[in-house]
Design a protein around this ligand. Structure first.
Ligand SMILES: *[C@@H]1O[C@H](CO)[C@@H](O)[C@H](O)[C@H]1NC(C)=O
Ligand SMILES: *[C@@H]1O[C@H](CO)[C@@H](O)[C@H](O)[C@H]1NC(C)=O
Length: 844
């Protein structure tokens, strides 16, 4: 049962870092957008960024340091032509850089959409200027910036997957090469509305003697041909071609003879959950790995709950499918309807789609050009494998709910004890980054970092794994962010450092600091790290300093305590017993405990503990200690009516305290044993009207000496306020009285007085519409005066009554009349009772 829930929701990130909480470097230039193509040159320490009409070269150690900038604009003429074809001149008819590939030491190969006329060029890295070759970029770069694209440079030849025409209706996987350019057949069985996400080369084993070829893998989602479905069923695919492919001589001339594709499976079989859209791929290659591992992030096609998954595949599983698997073939049923079924017939020799290796060479097939027609015809008709690629462990590595994963990179880290962890960094469409590891008790999300403050999708993610300089780079529409791979120094205690279960972080007992082990020149034996989360070897000193507070009878105290871990529970102890925070006497806020109606019995020691359970072991640490003490000298005027006002004003209190502590965010955000500096006491507001006005001044620090003075000040302040309010309402009443008298709403004496004054110049108007008008005016003004949660009451001259010359002048906004309470009691509302009822209903 518990396992089910865990799978359905996925692990909770232990720590959530807000954008400002951690040290990230942000690069952005005004007027430049769509930073969607990134290329890292590790040996030069340069990050190249392809944005809209600009290419940047940034220092990869600090991307805020710009080294070069090249503007690559569309000519006026081309833009006009593009607009004539019905595209947006301001957005689509621009040059979006889509290909940035290292050609050699001195040149980058770059392509841009160039107002729907894709163009490629050579960027000289010394002068940082384009060669001006303006090659036709058809097939290497999309026409439409909204269309998918992927490319990789292998031995100075560009392999790309994109669309080949203006409409974007002709998909293509091609090799751009002077000797032998190759491409896919334009046919549905080859590519059916694909959305390309990734491509990379996997080199053949240098030590092997079978002369295997290097292979280029492509990843995309396409519309399925093999499944019957009401609508378009999407299928995630892996396709591959061989580097030595030369195309066929007659059949498949200038086309791939080695193009094969298969379905990637990412499902939870027992829950019938199918993740059929692939969003990104990372191929983990490392000398410490027997074989490369392919990591993919997936989402389901019908994703109303917002699920995402990560599946991993062994390369050998993939190769097995292509080299030994069954093929699919189309069969025509009932005249026109085609169905794809497994092909069980004889397979020609050499095997269709296989790379040319020594074995094929020995049978005199030295090149794809001399492959027999039978083999070529077969692969032309059967590019799709019947066997699918299954993930390692036959299920996703990670399933997470309420998130859409967009990109992934994976790092390999050797922990202190020698165990190797594959750390997954997965970005979301909300600008966040999850860092996850797989450990004995399942997946653990170490942290979630908000990379982009405006919650925009992360479009590109790169990892530099150079020794001592590991960084992540993320590109989005608004800019590029550089982040360290770990935030070890954020953990200030040993328990916190170990409970983080971050393979990058270890605790140095002597220096009492949590450090990134990959940044250290040597590793010592006494450092503490336990990815299982067992922090029992930690011996943090419990800091004994506590905060003293004195309080008055009946007041409310706010004891501060904040902790960062989303997996921990806050427990409050009073005199060493666990406090029952469910009782109405207490209220547990996110970062504090409120105690209402304080009395003698509430004095004593309050401890705030964070308890985190890892594998049946519970680790608790004291986060804060507060001592409450009853203040002996009492002022008789202070009444015990705090609680009532407080329950109403709780939200305000929270808001206020959040504001007032913002200066010390750094301190409160880190989980540390050090107690948080302030406790607050909320004393009684004078009356309901004053609640909000008073709450600003009446929450104050409980520094014992300061209390009496503050109280005195508050009292005189209150009297002043009362006087002021009394005067205010009196003037207001007078104004209303004279106004209504003038308008003729009041009978008797008033009317007489009025007619004398006006000498019969104006007719008495008393129809309902006018009446309503004036009532609404009254409502608006009254509302703003007696507004409960607002600011200080407005001074009388702000009401505008004196200057209002006529009833019809009042501007009434629908929905504006709010809380009016006093109005009903006034004598001048008699005529309008019906209307009142109406507007009351509206107002509510
Ligand atoms: C470019 O960025 C803008 C926001 O700055 C976004 O609205 C637009 O969709 C982006 N275009 C592409 C093609 O990514
Ligand atoms: C994938 O490879 C790893 C080690 O390289 C191995 O332990 C695992 O069994 C393999 N899984 C499959 C499904 O082949």
């Amino acid at each position: 049962m518990l396992l089910e829930v865990a799978i359905a929701f996925g692990p909770v990130p232990r720590i959530t870092w807000e954008h400002r909480e951690v040290q990230l470097i942000y690069f952005h230039e005004s007027e430049v957008s769509n930073y969607s193509t990134l290329l890292l040159s590790e040996d030069k320490d340069v990050l190249y960024v392809g944005a809209r009409e600009v290419i940047f070269a940034l220092n990869s150690v600090n991307i805020a340091e710009k080294q070069h900038e090249l503007h690559w604009k569309v000519t006026e003429d081309k833009r006009t032509k593009c607009a004539v074809k019905g595209k947006s001149e301001q957005t689509e008819c621009r040059n979006y850089v889509r290909v940035l590939q290292q050609l050699n030491e001195t040149f980058l190969y770059v392509c841009g959409t160039n107002a729907f006329q894709p163009t490629c060029d050579y960027l000289n890295l010394i002068s940082f200027e384009l060669g001006g070759k303006n090659e036709d970029g058809k097939g290497r770069c999309p026409f439409d910036p909204a269309q998918s694209y992927t490319s990789v440079m292998v031995d100075e030849e560009l392999y790309s997957g994109t669309s080949y025409n203006f409409l974007g209706s002709e998909p293509i996987i091609s090799r751009n090469s002077h000797q032998s350019p190759l491409r896919t057949e334009y046919a549905i069985p080859w590519l059916n509305e694909p959305n390309f996400v990734f491509t990379d080369v996997i080199r053949a084993d240098q030590n092997s003697t079978d002369g295997e070829d290097d292979k280029i893998y492509f990843f995309f989602t396409e519309v399925s041909v093999e499944y019957e479905f009401v609508g378009k069923l999407l299928i995630p695919r892996i396709a591959r071609v061989c580097k030595r492919d030369q195309g066929g001589l007659r059949t498949l001339q200038k086309k791939w003879t080695s193009f094969l594709k298969a379905r990637l499976i990412c499902t939870i079989p027992d829950k019938n959950l199918i993740f059929n859209i692939i969003n990104d791929v990372f191929i983990l290659k490392s000398p410490s790995l027997k074989e490369p591992v392919i990591y993919g992030v997936f989402t389901p096609q019908l994703n109303n709950v917002g699920l995402s998954a990560v599946c991993a595949y062994n390369l050998s599983t993939v190769e097995e499918v292509f080299s030994k698997g069954k093929y699919m073939q189309s069969a025509t049923v009932e005249q026109s309807h085609t169905k794809w079924v497994r092909y069980n017939g004889e397979i020609p020799n050499p095997r269709p789609g296989a790379c040319i290796n020594n074995k094929a060479g020995a049978s005199s097939y030295m090149s794809s050009l001399n492959l027999p027609d039978k083999t070529l015809q077969f692969v032309k008709d059967h590019p799709l494998m019947d066997d699918s690629v299954t993930p390692t462990g036959d299920r996703p590595r990670l399933v997470k709910r309420d998130v859409k994963y967009t990109q992934i990179v994976v790092d390999r880290v050797r922990a202190l004890n020698g165990t190797i962890y594959d750390v997954m960094f997965i970005s979301t469409d909300q600008g966040a980054l999850h860092k996850a590891i797989s450990c004995e008790n399942g997946m653990h999300i170490v942290e979630e970092t908000q990379l982009f403050p405006n919650f925009e999708p992360v479009q590109t993610l790169l990892l530099s794994s150079k020794k001592g300089k590991r960084y992540l780079y993320a590109g989005s529409n608004s800019g590029v962010v550089q982040s360290p791979v770990a935030f070890c120094d954020k953990y200030t205690t040993c328990v916190d450092c170990v409970l983080a279960r971050d393979p990058y972080c270890a605790w140095k007992p002597l220096e009492a600091s949590c450090v990134d082990i990959l940044q250290e020149s040597e590793i010592k034996r006494d450092w503490i790290q336990n990815i299982g989360g067992d922090a029992s070897s930690c011996s943090d000193k419990v800091r004994e300093n506590s905060l003293q507070h004195t309080f008055k009878h009946g007041s409310t105290a706010e004891l501060k305590c904040s902790q960062k871990s989303n997996l921990a529970q806050v427990v409050w102890k009073f005199k060493d017993d666990v406090l029952k925070v469910e009782s109405p006497k207490y209220r547990l806020l996110e970062k504090a405990l409120l105690i209402f109606n304080l009395s003698e019995g509430d004095s004593g020691v309050y401890q705030c503990l964070s308890e985190e359970k890892v594998k049946n072991k519970k680790f608790s640490q004291v986060l804060a200690k507060h001592v409450l003490e009853l203040k002996k000298i009492q002022h008789a005027t202070v009444g015990p009516t705090v609680a009532a006002a407080m329950t109403e004003g709780n939200r305000d209190v929270r808001k206020v305290s959040a504001v007032s502590t913002s200066g010390s965010t750094a301190q409160t955000s880190t989980t540390q044993i050090m107690p948080v500096t302030t406790a607050r006491l909320i004393t009684k507001p004078i009356g309901p009207v004053l609640t909000s006005a008073a709450s600003n001044t009446e929450i104050f620090n409980l520094i014992p000496d300061a209390v009496p003075e503050k109280t005195m000040f508050l009292k005189s302040n209150d009297n002043f306020l009362l006087m002021f309010l009394f005067l205010f309402f009196f003037i207001l009443f007078l104004c209303l009285l004279s106004y209504n008298c003038y308008k003729g709403y009041l009978p008797g004496q008033c009317l007489k007085f009025r007619s004398v004054m006006l000498l019969g110049k104006k007719k008495t108007k008393s129809d309902f519409s006018d009446c309503e008008q004036s009532v609404k005016e009254t409502l608006v003004e009254q509302g703003s005066v007696s507004h409960q949660n607002g600011e200080q009451p407005k001074p009388a001259h702000d009401t505008g009554y004196e200057t209002e010359p006529d009833c019809g002048n009042g501007q009434v906004q629908p929905g504006e009349p709010q809380a009016f309470r006093e109005v009903k009691d006034k004598p001048f509302d008699v005529k309008c009772e019906l209307k009142y009822a109406d507007s009351d209903a509206e107002g509510d």
